[in-house]
Design a protein around this ligand. Structure first.
Ligand code: ASP
Ligand code: MG
Length: 406
């Protein structure tokens, strides 16, 4: 089989860890697989390099910042190749450019345009283990680019697709994706198979195991991802195409994100164009708006409440205060002590009353719901941050997620 393996920063965090990672690579090599190994920078290295750039100049250009950040992965790829060679294996490292990974020129968050894996294929056919720097590529002008934080996952999936790999194994310090955060609910269970769509919801809600873009890419090209532990050689979670079994359970997991803030614009005249008037300056500032609720108007006036991530809260409040007068709004209010809790599952499409079970469970627990939003496979509520742990525990129980899988 041809396998793409990806190792994150913890697996590359120093000489000792790199030796352990090399042992995993050797194990899979001895099983007879062709291996392309994508690596992240050593844990903490990307942050260290970013801080250096900022120390030099707060406004360091994105192009040079990319050149700097790309060294993190180059360092760990070379070290892993050195260790593999020390073990007597044939190995060599490749930068993103050498691996033929071409991106657009949005430095710092570049998108992959194409991959020409010729050199990698040649190395693999030659019996060589190819070690490839994650997170980076080269733009059409020949400049080094990076794919955004956590981008090595996306490099790995994209390479797996380009190499027509049989599997994309992503090794992390957890052994898969769980029905919820085991630190909050010790009874949380590892999900054996999860659909791309569900994983996309988990990832975009802030489950840090996979970069959201990597899941979108895997879904588009139907590349299964095996999320597995770098500590134990056991099956982790398969992120793959939906099947009938997945629909049997109505809820697959409970996800949450504490990194939320909400803002309310009070008493704005309810007429065509208000939503655009409120959100245009926010999107111009490159701020992502998430949940939005507009109230029914009374005497021609309405309220609009929306959420943004907590780091964008001060700037969004500033923008709203600036635009309050233009929109003839009566006032702006906000708080940054809210959080999002979601139940996710493709089974929701075929089970009725799932949202109602969620609402009743929270009500019985005395938890106030501030906002609600739904999709075909997800119900999200915005609640006070202090209720998050309790909400998760109650929901996990209500949907019998700690029970044995049917
Ligand atoms: N080293 C990069 C980061 O820390 C990319 C990655 O680890 O996936 O964001
Ligand atoms: Mg990562």
């Amino acid at each position: 089989m041809r396998i793409v393996q990806k190792f994150g920063g913890t697996s590359m965090g120093g000489v000792a860890r790199i030796r352990e990672t090399a042992a995993i690579v050797r194990r899979e090599h001895e099983r007879g697989h062709q291996l392309a190994v994508v690596v992240s920078a050593m844990a903490g290295e990307t942050n260290r390099l970013l801080a250096l750039a900022h120390e030099m100049d707060e406004y360091a250009s994105p192009e040079e910042t990319d050149v700097l950040l790309a060294t993190g992965e180059q360092c760990s790829a070379a070290l892993l190749a050195i260790e593999l060679q020390r073990l007597g294996l044939k190995a060599r490292s490749f930068t993103g450019a050498q691996a033929g990974l071409l991106t657009n020129n949005s430095h710092g968050r570049a998108r992959i345009e194409s991959i020409d894996p010729g050199h990698i294929v040649a190395a693999l056919d030659d019996g060589c283990i190819a070690v490839i720097t994650g997170f980076q590529g080269v733009d059409t002008a020949g400049r080094i680019s990076t794919l955004g934080r956590g981008g090595s996952d996306t490099s790995a999936v994209a390479l797996a697709i380009a190499l027509k790999a049989d599997a994309c194994d992503i090794y992390t310090d957890v052994d898969g994706i769980y029905t919820t955060d085991p630190r909050i609910v010790p009874e949380a269970r590892k999900i054996e198979r999860i659909s791309y769509e569900e994983m996309l919801e988990f990832a975009s809600l802030g489950a840090k195991v996979l970069q959201t873009r990597s899941v979108g890419l895997a879904m588009k090209y139907r590349m299964p991802i095996h999320l597995r532990s770098s500590f134990h050689d056991v099956r982790g979670s398969m992120v793959c195409e939906e099947d009938e079994d997945m629909e049997k359970a109505c809820v697959t997991g409970v996800a949450y994100n504490r990194n939320e803030a909400k803002i309310t614009l009070q008493g704005i005249p309810d007429r065509p164009g208000i939503a655009s008037g409120v959100f245009a300056p926010v999107s111009d500032a490159d701020i992502n708006v998430d949940v939005i609720v507009q109230n029914i108007s009374e005497h021609g006036l309405t309220d609009i409440t929306f959420t943004v991530s907590r780091e964008d809260y001060p700037r969004t409040m500033e923008i709203m205060h600036q635009h309050c007068a233009d929109m003839n709004a009566k006032g702006v209010a906000g708080s940054d002590d809210v959080a999002k809790v979601s139940i996710i599952g493709v089974g929701m499409r075929s089970h009725a009353g799932v949202a109602q079970t969620m609402f009743r469970t929270l009500a019985d627990g005395g938890i106030n719901i501030e906002m609600i939003t739904t999709s075909e496979i997800k119900v999200t509520v915005v609640i006070s941050e202090r209720d998050v742990d309790k909400a998760i525990r109650l929901l996990h129980q209500a949907f019998e997620l700690d029970a044995e899988q049917a």
